[in-house]
Ligand binder design. Structure first.
Ligand code: GLN
Length: 547
């Protein structure tokens, strides 16, 4: 039976609950425990799959094909534990399960209520895989007091009550604002936030206090006294230069020790932090900087490409360089020449995306990279655009485009080099989709195998002929153009095992030009940078030495 740590937040949002949870997971692992992290989100969307990246940041896809919250990405990057669909749930999903059961008659005609039906559904979810790990860390999205969050708070209260004493603890994140005028850190908002928690029956065991200033002993004592926690359980969270310093920083502040004390685990196993020491060393001791342009659509909100940004920084760590990322809005190429905006970058990355807006700009970016010998990594839509560029400008398919942009019936603007995929194979089963299906969860989602061509660049980079990577797309490069494109010099270096779906393309006579139909960024970790990102950054470093 796992021990449970429930992580909640108060005072303000964006305190770094996800990061604190992920760092704590890593620290428990460093002490020899196994962990799993979960996110319970109060919003009513059934999953984040159809939420705009502008609003919600990136959608993190798991191996088993769930579209989840981007916090699961943090969890994976810090613990290396592959997230599952059952590690993320929203109010929308919970309610839709409850209503489905009600329609099926599972409740035998009873009146369906938030307590106990909704809370039971949440509790069942929390307990999935209970016997698999030593610690289950469950983060509740939002802040205490939010209307939508209440059923979750009630559920975790009940859950800890149902379990034997000492099996569950509560960790609460708050903010200590600094009043410059009086030179003081204020503890009152923290006190109020804890009161709010207590009023719904939850007494926190650990308080993590975000603060811009060192927390004096006197204030710690005050917080401990007024919030009814031990002094050693008031843990400071200071701003960091890099999120990857969080495990070491939280360890210095005594978070993992406080957690083990709260569970009365004595003697506490000693931590082995060598992995994180090495990561910190790679962040602090760098030799040079490379400038990478990300040419995308959702450039106003960097969280929309969270995993890509992180994977690039991991690639930097692998090469001991700092990667400077510049966000270039693909739409500016509608008016301008790509050269005006992409000159001087050591490498170009075109990420995934949906819809036509900005795609002509991405095609120009791919062309610029190809003709100027600049390292290019195209991810999902970024690969599709590179293929369209190749078809139009090298292989002579002048009207090449994607079916994604041809919605108007009877009016075909493009030759569909990229077409709508309606049927594919997963394991031994066939998956079928219709154009008219619901938008949620209808893509080719999750981990799929690919076979790499012998002698290709990517086979060398991966160092293995068989890979599996995570997917999230509806459209696919049409294999019937393979010969034409290969003759033009674009190698089909990775294919689905049945040979029907192109997974990777690469320009043969180019220093580094790779397009992948999947999302390698989702599997990269600071302590295990993804080989494609590590090699892409290496190519950028090489290019930076040439210019
Ligand atoms: N819109 C494209 C598709 O659905 C690409 C998706 C993506 O980049 N994730 O195939």
């Amino acid at each position: 039976m796992a021990r449970y740590i429930f992580i909640t937040g108060g005072v303000v949002s964006s305190l770094g609950k996800g990061l604190a949870s992920a760092a704590l997971g890593a620290l428990l692992q460093a002490r020899g425990f196994s962990v799993r992290l979960r996110k319970l989100d109060p919003y009513l969307n059934v999953d984040p799959g159809t939420m705009s990246p502008f609003e919600h940041g990136e959608v993190f896809v798991t191996d088993d094909g769930a579209e989840t919250d981007l916090d699961l990405g943090h969890y994976e990057r810090f613990t290396g534990v592959a997230a599952r669909g059952t590690d993320s749930v929203s109010s929308g999903r919970i309610y839709s399960n409850v209503l489905e059961k009600e329609r099926r008659g599972d409740y035998l005609g009873k009146t369906i209520q938030v307590v106990p039906h909704v809370t039971n559904e949440i509790k069942d979810f929390i307990a999935i895989g209970d016997d698999e790990v030593d610690f289950m860390l469950c983060e509740i999205g939002g802040t205490v007091g939010d209307i939508e969050g209440l059923p979750f708070f009630e559920a975790i209260r009940q859950f800890s009550h149902d379990k034997p004493r000492g099996q569950c603890i509560f960790m609460h994140l708050t903010l200590l604002p600094y009043m410059a005028a009086s030179g003081e850190l204020k503890t009152k908002p923290t006190q109020h936030s804890v009161k709010e928690l207590q009023s719904i029956g939850i007494a926190p065991d650990i308080l993590v206090c975000r603060s811009e200033q060192p927390i004096p002993d006197k204030e710690r004592e005050k917080i401990a006294l007024f919030c009814n926690v031990r002094k050693g359980a008031v843990v400071a969270a200071y701003d960091l230069n890099s999120i990857y310093e969080a495990p070491l920083a939280y360890h210095r502040e005594g978070l993992d020790q406080a957690v083990l004390d709260a569970f009365a685990i004595h003697p506490a196993p000693r931590p082995d932090l060598r992995v994180w020491d090495d990561v910190a060393d790679r962040i602090h001791n760098v030799d040079g900087t490379v400038n990478v342009a990300i040419v995308g659509k959702y450039t106003q909100l960097e969280d929309a490409y969270k995993s890509i940004k992180e994977a690039l920084s991991h690639g930097g760590m692998a090469n001991r360089v700092k990667v400077n990322v510049s966000w270039v809005d693909a739409e500016i190429f509608d008016q301008d020449d790509a050269a005006a905006h992409l000159e001087g970058f050591h490498a170009i990355l075109v990420p995934g995306g949906f819809g036509e807006r900005g795609t002509e700009g991405k095609i120009k970016a791919a062309q610029f990279a190809r003709t100027r010998d600049i390292p290019y990594l195209g991810i999902c839509l970024g690969m599709q655009m590179a293929v369209i560029e190749a078809a139009r400008n090298v292989a002579g398919v002048s009207t090449a485009g994607s079916e994604e942009f041809d919605h108007e019936a009877g009016k075909k603007r493009f030759e569909p080099v990229v077409y709508h995929l309606k049927e594919w194979v997963r394991g031994n089963a066939k998956v079928k989709r219709k154009h008219t299906d619901d938008k949620g969860g209808t893509m080719r989602l999750g981990a799929y195998d690919a076979v790499l061509a012998e002698g290709s660049r990517v086979a060398g980079i991966y160092g293995t002929p068989a890979i599996d990577e995570r997917h999230r797309h509806r459209y696919e490069v049409d294999v019937k153009y393979r010969e034409t494109l290969e003759q033009a010099g674009l190698g089909f270096a990775g294919m689905s095992p049945d040979g029907r779906l192109p997974e990777i393309v690469e320009w043969r006579d180019h220093p580094w030009f790779v397009g992948v139909q999947f999302h390698p960024e989702l599997k990269s970790k600071p302590f295990a940078p993804h080989p494609l990102f590590a090699d892409f950054v290496r190519a950028a470093v090489e290019n930076s030495r040439l210019v």
